[in-house]
Design a protein around this ligand. Structure first.
Ligand SMILES: [Zn+2]
Length: 509
């Protein structure tokens, strides 16, 4: 009996597991058995590997071949194991250096012609390989840009099975691919960038509310007439948030790689993601599947903007509860399941009523009261309750439209947000939260020790039932962000009142 081994990675969502592929050649009639793959994949894999081998100038050994993928209890799906299986068979047959094959993780789907096709999830797989103590990998050339983002790995690329085998000392006709070493460049300035606040006319209150939300990581609900600039404001948010750390940026890239939307031209993208699903987006697209990250995961470390939020399907809105509560969500499909990270800042926009005119005095709105109530009710409940900042937007005033003086640009606002984040970092050092939106409100109240005079209006709103206890806590958190943006050590009575107005426009005295 002759043995050959190669390594691969199986993914459950972004979590990767080291898989050992073992091929043994035994006396007997030529046949290939694969153990450890689900039934449906086995036949296809056998066929692809047999044909790919012969088309690479390396015939399948004419013996009985048993391929075992372990650990057996791990569910292994997809075509990503093709390359490792083919390499293990070649190692067993003595076509290449067995030790090198065993010390290397192989990723890639084989075409019948022996070509190596790119696969999704390469970043997550390589991170798992590194975690498992393996620092060598062979990946499809089409995944080179993603692979380059994973530090501390010795990565080779191949466009075909023959090239991959030659890396391990085989001698098949194929060109040699260079080693992946240089990091792909970060997003060049001038690439697609978030909207700049300099383009927003007027809307002083809205600009400030956006800044406060950015500073403290607060979810935000904007209600306003069509054309009031809700989309422009929301799309400016990533530009005033702090850029991602390297670790965060790699995590975002890993999600994009698993979603199949990684852009090799962009490389390591430090801009927080901005994901804006259409209101007809299906719940399945929001979550994705265990093998394909959905939109909620793609918004991780960034912004999820839901325009026309009441128009979303109720089951799509319900899906937000899990990520809003725990910054992650799980997806189950048939026998597979996966958990995705989804720590995003949620921004929802809505018209005030179906016709869109019931703002301010409401003159011009002709919606029946019933239709108006039903429209508002679509956003009620737990999701609305998590929106710390509620903002009513009015159409831009004529005098603001005519005002041609330059508006404050995103870069200046971003500097204040950065300062506010720095204040939070100092305040929450050694504590389990990073941002005001996550902070324990009783801890904040104790720290600030508001005087009865400072907190009178908030207490009054609570007593009159205009504010729930949870709402009270949210007002305190938003007040902390208002003070941080202004560079104050602690919120003043005015900050608390401003927070009350942001949280509950109707509860303000
Ligand atoms: Zn209306």
């Amino acid at each position: 009996m002759r043995l050959g081994r190669a390594r691969a990675i199986g993914l459950e969502g972004l979590r990767g597991h080291l898989v050992t592929v073992e091929a043994s050649l035994n006396d007997g009639l030529p046949a290939m058995t694969v153990v450890g793959l689900p039934d449906a994949s086995v036949n296809e894999a056998r066929q692809r590997i047999r044909t790919a081998l012969s088309n690479s100038g390396c015939a399948m050994p004419a013996t009985r071949i048993t391929v075992n993928l372990s650990p057996g209890e791990l569910r292994k799906v997809g075509t990503v194991f093709d390359l490792a299986i083919a390499v293990a068979v070649m190692a067993a047959a003595g076509h290449l250096h067995a030790g090198a094959a065993e010390a290397t993780v192989h990723l890639g789907e084989l075409g019948l012609d022996g070509r190596l096709h790119p696969v999704r999830g390469v970043i997550a797989a390589l991170l798992a390989a590194r975690e498992a103590g393996i620092d060598r990998a062979v990946v499809p050339a089409g995944n080179a840009a993603e692979a380059a983002l994973v530090q501390g790995m010795r990565i080779r690329t191949a466009t075909s099975l023959a090239e991959a085998a030659n890396i391990h000392g085989a001698n098949l006709p194929a060109p040699q691919q260079p080693m992946v070493s240089a990091r792909v460049p970060e997003r060049a300035p001038g690439g697609p960038a978030p909207a700049d606040l300099a383009a927003v006319r007027g809307q002083v209150q809205a600009r400030w509310a956006l800044e406060v939300a950015a500073a403290g990581g607060h979810h935000m609900l904007m209600i306003g007439t069509p054309g009031a600039g809700k989309t422009l404001l929301a799309s400016a948010l990533p530009g005033i948030l702090p850029p991602l750390s390297e670790e965060e940026a790699v995590e975002v890239a890993a999600v994009r790689s698993l979603a199949g939307v990684f852009d090799p031209e962009t490389g390591l993208d430090r801009t927080p993601p901005f994901v804006a699903p259409h209101h007809r987006t299906s719940p399945a697209a929001m979550t994705g599947s265990p093998r394909r990250a959905g939109l909620m995961a793609q918004a991780h470390h960034g912004v999820l903007f839901m325009d026309e939020a009441p128009e979303f399907r109720r089951d799509a809105l319900e899906l937000l509860r899990q990520p809003l509560e725990s910054a992650r969500y799980s997806v189950d499909r048939a026998a597979e399941s996966a958990t995705f990270p989804a720590s995003f800042q949620l921004v929802m926009a809505a018209n005030p009523c179906p016709c869109g005119k019931a703002v301010g005095t409401g003159i011009g709105c002709e919606c029946p009261p019933m239709a108006r109530r039903r429209y508002a009710a679509r956003l009620s409940g737990p999701v609305r309750d998590r929106m710390d900042v509620h903002l009513e937007l009015h159409p831009v005033a004529l005098k603001d439209l005519q005002d041609t003086r330059p508006q404050e640009a995103s870069a200046d606002v971003a500097a204040r947000v950065r300062r506010a984040r720095e204040a939070q970092r100092r305040r929450y050092q050694g504590l389990p939260w990073r941002l005001n939106a996550q902070a324990d409100a009783s801890w904040l109240r104790e720290r600030y020790a508001f005087s009865p005079a400072e907190i009178r209006e908030i207490d009054e709103a609570l007593r009159r039932g205009l504010l729930s206890m949870r709402g009270y806590d949210r007002v305190v958190r938003v007040a902390a962000s208002i003070a941080d943006v202004a560079g104050r050590e602690r919120p003043t009575r005015e900050d608390l009142l401003a927070a009350l107005t942001l949280r509950h426009p109707e509860a303000t005295p």
